[in-house]
Design a protein around this ligand. Structure first.
Ligand code: GDP
Ligand code: MG
Length: 162
C-alpha cells in the first residue's frame, strides 16, 4: 500500500485536509510506535489508486508553540516512510520561518513533494499564493481544505507520483 504523508507546521489545515479525504481511520501500530501517537492514519483513494494517508502532528498539545524539532522529526519520518509528501502551507500567513525550515529539509531529499497552499478562499488569496514559489520546491496547488476546492487537482498530482 502506498503511503502519503501530510506535513507542515501547526494550524495550516493538515487535519482538516486529512479528515476530508479519509474513508476510514486505521489504528496502525507499526515499527515506529512511540511516534505513532503523534500521527493519524487513514485510507483513501483517488483515480482508482488506494493509499494510506498520514496526518502528522495530530496529538500535539498547545500546537501553536510546538517545538520546531518536533516538526523536523515528523518531516524526517515522512521522508523515510512515505512515497509522496503533501506539504501544506497557509496563504493567510505567507511563508513563515518554520515553513522555510520544512522546505529546507524536503529539498535535501528526492522524495516527491506536492505543495498545497491552503485557505485559498478568494481571488486575492490566489494571487498571494505566488510567494510560495520561494520555498524552492516548484509549483504548488491552491486548495481550500474547508470547502474542498482545488483538492482534486492536488490529488491528481499526488497519485501520479505514487
Ligand atoms: P493543522 O494544525 O495543520 O492540523 O490545522 P487544522 O486542520 O487543525 O486547522 C487549523 C485552523 O485552520 C482551523 O481553525 C481550521 O478551521 C482552519 N482551516 C483549515 N482549512 C481551512 C481553509 O481551507 N480555509 C480557512 N479559511 N480556514 C481553514
Ligand atoms: Mg492537525
Amino acid at each position: 500500500m502506498s503511503i502519503v504523508a501530510v506535513v507542515g507546521r501547526p494550524n495550516v489545515g493538515k487535519s482538516t485536509f486529512f479528515n476530508r479525504l479519509i474513508k476510514r481511520r486505521e489504528a496502525i501500530v507499526d515499527a515506529v510506535s512511540g511516534v505513532t501517537r503523534d500521527r493519524h492514519y487513514g485510507k483513501s483513494d483517488w483515480n482508482g489508486k488506494e493509499f494510506t494517508l498520514i496526518d502528522t502532528g495530530g496529538y500535539v498539545k498547545g500546537s501553536d508553540d510546538i517545538f520546531e524539532h518536533e516538526i523536523d522529526k515528523q518531516v524526517e519520518l515522512a521522508i523515510d516512510e512515505s512515497d509522496v509528501i503533501i506539504f501544506v502551507v497557509d496563504v493567510t500567513t505567507g511563508i513563515t520561518p518554520m515553513d522555510d525550515e520544512v522546505a529546507k529539509l524536503l529539498r535535501k531529499h528526492n522524495k516527491p513533494v506536492c505543495i498545497a497552499v491552503n485557505k485559498v478562499d478568494s481571488n486575492k488569496a490566489r494571487q498571494d499564493a505566488v510567494e510560495f514559489y520561494n520555498l524552492g520546491l516548484g509549483d504548488y496547488h491552491c486548495i481550500s481544505a474547508i470547502n474542498g476546492s482545488g483538492t482534486g487537482e492536488l490529488l491528481d498530482e499526488v497519485v501520479e507520483k505514487l
